[in-house]
Design a protein around this ligand. Structure first.
Ligand SMILES: *[C@@H]1O[C@H](CO)[C@@H](O)[C@H](O)[C@H]1NC(C)=O
Length: 131
């Protein structure tokens, strides 16, 4: 058996993992919610978690508490999309925000403003997200 240096092996794993995560962009839609609802959350109670937040109608799977999601608006630049991506943290569930409204997640208004423009009340945009 050939002896492969450990560092080479780790490098290969790193490259494969990177390629894999690029391939795993998941399509969906995102709505938004306002600042007065950032706290409290199911995951963190009254502890604020910043302004870049995500909620899903179900916690678990891609939406575990604390999971960071890189969300990219898919569509025309400059409207509805700004062309930017934003990393949001899963902090809460939002019963009723899911399939009934056809959104994969609701993100905080601050996060939404980074990726989408202009804000339309009740609006949502097509997105890709990567864990
Ligand atoms: C988020 O995704 C976008 C689009 O794929 C990429 O350009 C950007 O570097 C990513 N940001 C982070 C922090 O991973």
């Amino acid at each position: 058996m050939a002896i492969i240096p450990k560092s080479t092996f780790l490098l290969i794993i790193g490259v494969v993992t990177t390629l894999f995560s690029i391939a795993l962009a998941i399509p969906g839609t995102a709505g938004f919610y306002r600042k007065e609802y950032y706290v409290p959350t199911v995951c963190y109670g009254k502890k604020p978690q910043g302004n870049l937040l995500a909620t899903s109608d179900h916690l678990g799977g891609d939406f575990n508490c604390g999971t960071l999601l890189n969300v990219t608006c898919i569509g025309k630049v400059p409207s509805p999309c700004t062309g930017k991506s934003v990393v949001v943290k899963v902090v809460d569930n939002c019963p009723g925000c899911g399939p009934s409204e056809h959104v994969t997640m609701d993100i905080s208004e601050d996060a939404y403003r980074i990726i989408a423009n202009p804000i339309v009340v009740q609006g949502h945009v097509s997105i890709d997200y990567v864990k």
